[in-house]
Write a protein that binds this ligand. Structure first.
Ligand SMILES: [Zn+2]
Length: 300
C-alpha cells in the first residue's frame, strides 16, 4: 500500500519545470488532490535558496547530500544544502526502513535530449509497473535503471521507500518551456493515478509490458591532459543529441578543438553501450561527458 507520496520540485534550483509545477499545485490543490485519494500527497520545493538564485545549488549539490554518511554527521554543517538535506530527511524520512514516505517523485530537467527519462533506483514493483505503463502512454518516455545501495545513495528520492527521479529534457537550465511543462504535468499526474490504481490492487493485474531498460554502466569524462587541466575535446557533432542510441567501438565520440575526431574505443567485452546525459551542462563541473548504459528488453 502506498500511503504517503511526496512530489518534489526544485531539488536543483534552476530546473524550473519541477519548481513551477509544485508552485502551481501549491496554489491550486484542485490540480492534484483528487488523483490519488487512497494516499496522502504532499508537495515540497526542495531547495528554495537555489531557486531564489536560479542556480543548481548554493553551496553544494543537494541531490548529492542524502547518503547516510552525509546525514549522520554530528556537527551542524556549514554548507546550506547539507543542512537542508537534514531538514528534508526529518520531514520526509528518516532514510531507511522507518521512513514515513512510501513514494517520492522528484521532478528534474536536463539539457540533454532525453525526453521523459524515468530513473528507477531499485527494482520496486510499483515504480516498475507504473513506469512501464508510462512508456506506452508517452512515446518519448524512457526507463533508466540506476541500481544503488540505498543507504549510500546521495539522491533525495532515497529518503523514501521507493522513488522515481523524472529527468525531462532537453530544456535549458534556468528557463521554462510551456510544451514541456504541460506534458510533464500530465506525466506526474499519471503517476498519482497509477498509485491509486495500485492501492486498489488493479495495476498489479495488468498484463506484463515489454520495456527497454537502460541500466547504468559507467560515466565517461572529457579528454584531458594527463595530470589534469582543461578539457581537450567536445562532444562529437554526430553524437550530440543522440541519447539512447547505440554506440559501438570505432564510432565518433569527441571532436578536439583542432578538428580531430576521437573514436570510442569500446568496452573490453565488445558490448554496445547506449549513452545518455550527453553534453549535460550541469555535469561539466562533475567531469561527466555522458553516462553509458546497457540496454535490455524486459517484461514489467
Ligand atoms: Zn536535477
Amino acid at each position: 500500500m502506498i500511503n504517503t507520496i511526496v512530489v518534489a520540485g526544485g531539488t536543483h534550483g534552476n530546473e524550473r519545470t519541477g519548481v513551477s509545477l509544485v508552485q502551481k499545485w501549491m496554489a491550486h490543490p484542485e490540480c492534484y488532490e483528487s488523483l490519488c485519494k487512497s494516499a496522502n500527497v504532499e508537495l515540497v520545493l526542495a531547495n528554495p535558496e537555489a531557486m531564489r538564485l536560479n542556480r543548481r545549488y548554493r553551496d553544494f549539490d543537494l541531490n548529492r547530500a542524502f547518503s547516510q554518511t552525509c546525514l549522520d554527521v554530528s556537527a551542524e554543517p556549514s554548507q546550506y544544502e547539507f543542512r537542508r538535506a537534514r531538514e528534508l530527511n526529518k520531514m520526509y524520512g528518516p532514510k531507511g526502513e522507518n521512513t514515513r514516505t512510501d513514494l517520492l517523485l522528484d521532478v528534474h530537467n536536463t539539457g540533454s535530449n532525453m525526453g521523459y527519462c524515468l530513473i528507477l533506483s531499485a527494482r520496486d514493483p510499483f515504480t516498475m509497473k507504473a513506469s512501464a505503463v508510462l512508456t506506452q502512454e508517452f512515446e518519448d518516455a524512457w526507463i533508466y535503471y540506476q541500481p544503488e545501495e540505498r543507504s549510500a545513495s546521495p539522491y533525495f528520492g532515497t529518503v523514501a521507500k521507493a522513488d522515481v527521479c523524472i529527468e525531462i529534457g532537453p530544456q535549458q537550465h534556468g528557463t521554462l518551456n510551456a510544451a514541456i511543462f504541460e506534458r510533464s504535468e500530465k506525466l506526474v499526474k499519471r503517476y498519482l493515478e497509477l498509485a491509486d490504481e495500485w492501492n486498489r490492487g488493479e495495476l498489479q493485474k495488468r498484463e506484463p509490458i515489454q520495456v527497454e531498460v537502460y541500466t547504468q554502466f559507467c560515466d565517461l569524462g572529457y579528454p584531458k591532459p594527463q595530470g589534469g587541466g582543461a578539457i581537450q575535446a567536445m562532444i562529437h557533432p554526430d553524437l550530440d543529441g543522440r541519447d539512447y542510441s547505440e554506440l559501438k567501438k570505432g564510432d565518433k565520440l569527441f571532436r578536439t578543438f583542432d578538428g580531430k575526431d576521437v573514436l570510442f574505443e569500446g568496452e573490453a567485452d565488445g558490448r554496445s553501450v547506449y549513452p545518455i546525459f550527453i553534453n549535460e551542462p550541469a555535469y561539466y563541473e562533475k567531469d561527466i561527458a555522458m553516462s553509458l548504459t546497457l540496454k535490455t528488453v524486459e517484461n514489467w
